[in-house]
Design a protein around this ligand. Structure first.
Ligand SMILES: O=C(O)[C@H](O)[C@@H](O)[C@H](O)[C@H](O)COP(=O)(O)O
Length: 268
């Protein structure tokens, strides 16, 4: 498990712009090294703020958008096109502005799709899609069968909730306790809507790098709890780490309750 690195930026806007620049460079390097890149997106204000900053970034088109695989860490289980769906918001923030290969964009199923209202069946289908995309060099989850395989994501991004949830893994609920399956249906989520689909911690931990995005005063307590040794069941963000890197990207407000020796001075 890679010890978390922290980078603290002056404010939410600068954090989004700096994280977007960081993501561009990561994708460009991955595409140079392995001909393609694989990124997992997150919903929420910080996640969408990063995508909007990326859309406006001067270096945006250094990325070969046709060789980028996009997955989701979680999705609100709503009808296709619902404004509350993470992919709907991601499309508005960035995806509709760049020349992605549609075959390489992997939305989680909607609640009016082929699985109907069955979030668990939709989650299982996404797990199969992940397994099918995983090559031999990719990660094998704890599960012995191929159903537990996921691609070796270059970067998996996660917004952090005020209660320390990441993706749709909420404290103490069943999904955060999952150790075998890579994708699960979530029911009774405290953050609306109540029904969701989410990667599990084993799938999150398959990523080469996990980036946690936390900006705003309302995330200060969550950051303190998650970075102070809390358990992953009580604080799911504490269980979100990458195989080679775990990076917390915060603004000064979200870092305001952290011990000062935990991170370098805020960026300019
Ligand atoms: O479906 C969602 O809502 C997100 O995937 C969720 O995990 C989000 O990232 C956090 O709740 C932080 O959201 P904010 O950045 O809006 O605080």
């Amino acid at each position: 498990m890679s010890a978390p690195q922290l980078v603290v930026h002056r404010d939410k806007e600068l954090m989004a712009r700096a994280a977007a620049a960081r993501l561009i460079t990561k994708i460009v390097d991955a595409q140079a090294a392995r001909d393609s890149a694989s990124v997992v997106l997150t919903g929420g204000r910080n996640g969408n703020g990063l995508l909007a900053a990326l859309a406006a970034a001067p270096a945006r088109d250094a990325v070969d958008w046709s060789r980028l695989d996009l997955w989701w860490g979680d999705e609100r289980f709503l009808p296709e096109g619902d404004p509350e769906r993470n992919i709907t918001q991601a499309r508005a923030a960035l995806l509709d502005s760049v020349p992605l290969d549609p075959a390489r964009v992997h939305p989680m199923p909607a609640s009016d799709g082929r699985y109907g209202k069955d979030a668990d069946a939709a989650a299982a289908a996404y797990a199969e899609e992940l397994a099918a995309a995983a090559g031999p060099e990719h990660y094998r989850s704890a599960a012995a069968d191929t159903g537990g395989d996921v691609p070796a994501f270059d970067v998996l991004m996660l917004g952090v909730g005020p209660d320390t949830h990441v993706a749709s893994l909420f404290p103490e609920l069943p999904a955060v306790r999952e150790t075998e399956r890579t994708v699960v249906g979530v029911h009774g989520a405290p953050k609306p809507p109540p029904t969701r689909i989410s990667l599990t911690l084993p799938a999150i931990r398959a990523a080469r790098e996990v980036w946690l995005l936390a900006a705003g005063e309302d995330k200060a307590n969550a950051a303190r709890i998650a970075l102070s040794g809390a358990g992953e069941i009580q604080a799911p963000a504490a269980g979100a780490y990458g195989r080679s890197r775990t990076l917390w990207l915060l603004d000064a407000a979200a870092a305001s309750q952290l011990p000062r020796d935990l991170y370098p001075p805020a960026s300019a």
